[in-house]
Design a protein around this ligand. Structure first.
Ligand code: SF4
Length: 317
């Protein structure tokens, strides 16, 4: 007997076992303003080599980010700590899901060495969700920040954290390491949470951002949204108001891209003009810094945006 295995389906099921039974929705063809060049530069290859040499994962690769060619050509890789397997099952995300392995205790030092080798002035550290860990991985975040500071004291550190499953004390552990920017993405409007981000709670994420600001009012807080999932403009404006009430300084808004037919449906592409309009509104609502464009991602141009953020607070921008 011959067994025929559909490798494409099989690989997809291995990466996202929880999505295997979901109905498929066709992936919309990208408009011309979403197209990006294939990564070919020598600097891209160097960045890739440094990431591999230090046994690291990046969200750039795991989330299939469209900006990887541009960012890695400038050595800007966003490190994804605590493994490549996420304990959540967000409907929009391309990161592999399942039961993760043990934490790599060498990882904070490896990240720090890679940051030093890449010569980064500003680095973004994110992670998979580790709901299986007693502190959600908060200590590992703090250890990574401290390890980077020890070898690259001139490098500013931005963290993009999960919600740590709302575990008591977790936010405080990360905030105590004083990252220069503390980012936690709301991702979408509250009405869509159950469908798009079922393991998270909108008001808990808002409270996380507010709490970080309470702990360190001089630090910067940041959050991000994806559009294209069926949200309305009015709902986005309400989220902007909520974020300002929580004292958030920096807002990013980018276009959702559907990774596979079994991920959350991409309802529509917002046009560049609509992004510009969202940016104008967000600035009028009082954010110090706003980045809104089809290809905006939390870590896209994070170094130059951080400089602009500081200048804006000092009244220079
Ligand atoms: S935008 Fe962020 S995730 Fe995407 S390639 Fe650039 S650094 Fe990586």
């Amino acid at each position: 007997m011959t067994t025929v295995i559909d490798l494409t389906t099989d690989r997809r099921a291995q990466r996202h076992p929880e999505k295997a039974g979901r109905a498929e929705t066709p992936v919309l063809r990208k408009p011309e303003w979403i197209r990006v060049k294939a990564p070919t530069s020598r600097e891209y290859a160097n960045t890739r080599a440094i990431v591999r040499e230090h046994n690291l994962h990046t969200v750039c690769e795991e989330a299939a980010c469209p900006n990887i060619g541009e960012c890695w050509s400038h050595r800007h890789a966003t490190m994804m700590i605590m493994g490549d397997t996420c304990t959540r099952a967000c409907a929009f995300c391309n990161v592999k899901t399942g039961l993760p392995g043990m934490l790599d205790r060498e990882e904070p030092a490896n990240v720090a060495r890679a940051v030093q080798k890449l010569g980064l002035k500003h680095v973004v550290i994110t992670s998979v969700d580790r709901d299986d860990l007693p502190d959600g991985g908060a200590r590992h975040f703090a250890d990574t920040i401290n390890a980077i500071r020890a070898v690259s004291p001139g490098t500013t550190v931005e963290v993009l954290t999960p919600d740590f499953l709302r575990k008591p004390g977790a936010i405080e552990v990360v905030a105590a390491a004083r990252p220069d920017v503390f980012n936690h993405n709301l991702e979408t409007v509250p009405r869509l949470y159950l469908r798009v981000r079922p393991g998270a709670r909108y008001y808990a994420s808002l409270r996380l951002l507010e709490r970080v600001k309470e702990i360190d009012p001089t630090g910067f807080t940041k959050s991000g949204l994806m559009v294209g999932l069926g949200e309305s403009r009015e709902e986005i404006m309400q989220v902007m108001d909520d974020l300002r009430t929580a004292g958030v300084d920096f807002l990013t808004i980018g276009q959702y891209l559907q990774p596979t037919r079994r991920h959350a449906e991409l309802v529509r592409f917002w046009t560049p003009d609509e992004f510009r309009s969202l940016e104008t509104i967000a600035r009028a609502k009082g954010f110090l810094m706003v980045s809104a464009s089809p290809l905006t991602r939390s870590s896209y141009h994070a170094d130059t945006d951080f400089a602009a953020l500081k200048a804006a607070r000092q009244g220079l921008a």
